[in-house]
Design a protein around this ligand. Structure first.
Ligand code: HEC
Length: 511
C-alpha cells in the first residue's frame, strides 16, 4: 500500500469508529468509572451523571470539560509524578467522549449498557471500627464569611488505639471546604468549647489549644487510604478528637453534621507515622508582583515519605516539592501547575519514597498578586501576608513520613492493609457476617481493580442453590453485598464471588 492509501484507510476507520460510538457500548463505562463517583446524589458533583439521559443532557459541557482536562479533577501534573488515586482519562477515552458528543450523543442499545457501579455508601474503606460524629448539627451564620469551627469529639477510649485510617465524611457538601484533625489529651478544647456560645468553638488556622497528635486533613475529592501494615498513628486513651472544619463563605445559614470513620490497625504498629509541618510565617507578597517563595529543609536521618499536603490560598499559582540527595540526584515529589484552592488535600506517592539522610527537601510556591489574577481577593492588589483568612496567604506544607526501613521502596500506598487482608492466594479475601446467619448474609470484599462480580451459593454437595440475578460491574474499593438466605434450609454452605479474574469463596452456616 502506498502512503496515501494508508492515510485514507486510517481516516475512513476513524470516521467509522466515530460513527458507531454510542453511550451503551462505549461511553457509559468511561462515565461510570471516572465521573459518577462524585456525580451522583449526595456526593460533591453538582449534578448526577448516572444514566443515559443525565449524561446526554449535559453532553456539550461534558465535551468541554473533558477536552480541556478540567474533569475529572486532578490538579497534580501526571507528567511530573504519578500519585495514589490519580484521576485521568486516557487519550482514547477522551476521544471516545468527544466523538460521541460530535455524533449527536446516541444511546445505542440500552441492554448493552454496563450495570451502574455499586458504589460503597458511607465508607470507601469498609466497615469502620469506630465512628465519631458531631453530637448536634452546627448551623453556620450564613454571612458570606469564612467560618473555622473546631468540634470536640470525645473518643471514650480507655486505652491507646493504633489507627490505620481516618475517613472524614462531610455532612453538608455545599459548605464544608476542608477538615483538619488532631487529638487533645487534657480537656483544653472542651473548656474552649464550654466558654463559647454554640456548639464547637471558632479557631482560624489551627486548633487554638495545644494538641497531642496531628492526623492530617481532608479536602473534596481526596479518598482516604489505610497506612501500610505495621505503620499507623496513635489515638490516645481518654483523648478528644479535634475536628476543625472550614466552612466556605455562603450567603445563607446552613446546617452541617459531619463525622469521622476510624479504622484500627490489624497488626501492631512498628513505626508511627509522623507529620512534619512547615509554615513560613514571614511570608509577604508585594502587590502587582509574581513572587516565587522557595524554602528548604535538611533531612538528618533516612525517612520514608508517605504523604504530602502543600497548601496556599487564593493567589497561589503553582506548587512544587522535590528533594536533592547529597550526591546531587533529584527526586520529584509533586507539582501542581495550576493551584486551585478548591481542590487540595493530602497526596500520596504510589510507593513509600526514601529520602536519604543528607538530602535537601525543597518546597516552592509561586503567587500571583497582580490584577490579572482573577482569583486575587483584592482590587486593586494590596500586599498580602501570612494569615488564616482565605484572603490572607499561606506557605504551608505537611510532610508525612516514617523512619526508613530497608525494602520500603516496595511498599505500595494504595489501600495497603486491605491488599494484604484480601489479596492472599486463596482465603481471607472475602468476609461474611453474621456467621451463622439467619436471614441476610453480608459479604464484603476488596477489589484491587474494577471487575464484573456475580455471587452464588453452593450447598455441601457443591450444587448451586442460589445466585445473583445479574452480573454487576464494580469499581476498585471495598464493596458489600447483602444476600438473602431465608429460603435456605439449615446447614453448611459456600458463598462464591466470581470476579473477572478469580473466584473468592467463604464457608458459612445457615441456622
Ligand atoms: C472527584 C469528584 C469529581 C469527579 C471524579 C468528576 N467531577 Fe465533575 N465536578 C465535580 C465538582 C465538585 C464540580 C463543581 C465545580 C468544581 O468544583 O470544579 C464538577 C463540575 C462538573 C461540570 C460542570 C463544569 C462547569 O464549569 O459548569 C461538568 C460538565 C462535569 N463536572 C463533568 C464531569 C465528567 C464528565 C467527569 C468524568 C470524566 C467528572 N465531572 C468527574 C466533581 C467531580
Amino acid at each position: 500500500m502506498n502512503r496515501l492509501s494508508i492515510v485514507l484507510c486510517l481516516t475512513a476507520s476513524t470516521f467509522l469508529a466515530a460513527q458507531n460510538v454510542n453511550f451503551s457500548e462505549d461511553v457509559a463505562s468511561i462515565i461510570y468509572g471516572n465521573c459518577s463517583s462524585c456525580h451522583r446524589p449526595n456526593e460533591i458533583g453538582p449534578f448526577p451523571l448516572t444514566n443515559y439521559a443525565e449524561v446526554a443532557n449535559r453532553s456539550m459541557s461534558i465535551k468541554y470539560v473533558v477536552e480541556n482536562e478540567l474533569m475529572p479533577p486532578w490538579p497534580p501534573d501526571p507528567n511530573y509524578t504519578h500519585l495514589v488515586g490519580e484521576r485521568i482519562l486516557s487519550a482514547a477515552e477522551k476521544q471516545t467522549i468527544i466523538d460521541w458528543v460530535n455524533s449527536g450523543a446516541p444511546q445505542g442499545d440500552p441492554s448493552l449498557e454496563p450495570a451502574f457501579p455499586n458504589f460503597p455508601s458511607g465508607s470507601v474503606l469498609g466497615v469502620p471500627d469506630m465512628v465519631l460524629s458531631m453530637s448536634e448539627a452546627y448551623t453556620t451564620n450564613g454571612n458570606n464569611q469564612d467560618d473555622y469551627r473546631v468540634f470536640v469529639l470525645p473518643t471514650g477510649l480507655s486505652q491507646d488505639r493504633e489507627i490505620a485510617a481516618m475517613e472524614f465524611r462531610p455532612g453538608n457538601k455545599k459548605i464544608v471546604h476542608h477538615a483538619l484533625f488532631a487529638s487533645d489529651i487534657n480537656g483544653q478544647a472542651q473548656q474552649r468549647d464550654a466558654s463559647e456560645p454554640g456548639y464547637g468553638y471558632t479557631s482560624f488556622g489551627e486548633f487554638g489549644v495545644p494538641t497531642e497528635h496531628f492526623y492530617g486533613g481532608w479536602a473534596p475529592g481526596i479518598l482516604p487510604e489505610r497506612f501500610p501494615a505495621g505503620t499507623g498513628q496513635i489515638l490516645p486513651a481518654g483523648s478528644d478528637l479535634l475536628m476543625q472544619l472550614h466552612y466556605a463563605p455562603y450567603p445563607f445559614a446552613e446546617q452541617d453534621s459531619s463525622y469521622v470513620n476510624i479504622f484500627f490497625t490489624d497488626q501492631p504498629i512498628v513505626r508511627e507515622v509522623e507529620n512534619y509541618e512547615y509554615a513560613y510565617f514571614n511570608l509577604f507578597l508585594p502587590p502587582d508582583q509574581v513572587t516565587t517563595v522557595k524554602r528548604a529543609i535538611n533531612i538528618s536521618n533516612d525517612v520514608s515519605l508517605i504523604g504530602f499536603l502543600p497548601h496556599a490560598h487564593l493567589i497561589g499559582e503553582s506548587w512544587e516539592l522535590y528533594f536533592v540527595e547529597a550526591n546531587g540526584d533529584t527526586t520529584k515529589v509533586i507539582r501542581i501547575p495550576d493551584w486551585d484552592f478548591n481542590w487540595q488535600g493530602m497526596y500520596k506517592p504510589l510507593y513509600m519514597t526514601k529520602v536519604p539522610a543528607g538530602s535537601t527537601f525543597y518546597m516552592e510556591c509561586t503567587y500571583d498578586n497582580t490584577a490579572s489574577n482573577p482569583n486575587n481577593p483584592n482590587s486593586p492588589p494590596v500586599g498580602i501576608s501570612w494569615g488564616d483568612n482565605t484572603s490572607d496567604e499561606m506557605f504551608y506544607c505537611v510532610l508525612q513520613y516514617v523512619d526508613y526501613l530497608s525494602g520500603d521502596e516496595q511498599i505500595s500506598l494504595q489501600n495497603s492493609l486491605q491488599q494484604e487482608a484480601y489479596d492472599g492466594p486463596t482465603t481471607g479475601m472475602l468476609g461474611v457476617f453474621p456467621n451463622p446467619v439467619t436471614s441476610e448474609l453480608n459479604a464484603e470484599a476488596f477489589l484491587q481493580s474494577p471487575s464484573t462480580v456475580r455471587w452464588r451459593i453452593l450447598d455441601a454437595s457443591g450444587r448451586e442453590v442460589s445466585a445473583s440475578d445479574r452480573t454487576q460491574f464494580h469499581l476498585r474499593g471495598t464493596h458489600r453485598w447483602v444476600i438473602p438466605v431465608d429460603e435456605l434450609s439449615a446447614g453448611a454452605y459456600v458463598l462464591q464471588l466470581e470476579l473477572a479474574s478469580r473466584i473468592l469463596s467463604r464457608n458459612f452456616l445457615k441456622e
